[in-house]
Design a protein around this ligand. Structure first.
Ligand SMILES: [Zn+2]
Length: 60
């Protein structure tokens, strides 16, 4: 499987997005992290600027 760029998705430029979006989609069903700054989701917290695990929201 191809690897995503290590940078946060939030900081990808247009060229990076075009290359990485298909890989990101492949990983979307495993995404467990959300960026609390911009709302993006990812399987790897390294791809988010302010990653939070989904279990962090299970407070109710
Ligand atoms: Zn972000």
């Amino acid at each position: 499987m191809k690897k995503l760029p290590k940078k946060a998705i939030c900081k990808w430029n247009k060229a990076t997005l075009e290359k990485a979006l298909p890989i990101l989609l492949q990983q979307a069903d495993q995404a467990q992290y959300v960026c609390r700054k911009c709302g993006r989701i990812a399987a790897d917290p390294k791809n988010l600027c302010k990653a939070m695990h989904r279990s962090d929201f299970d407070e109710s």
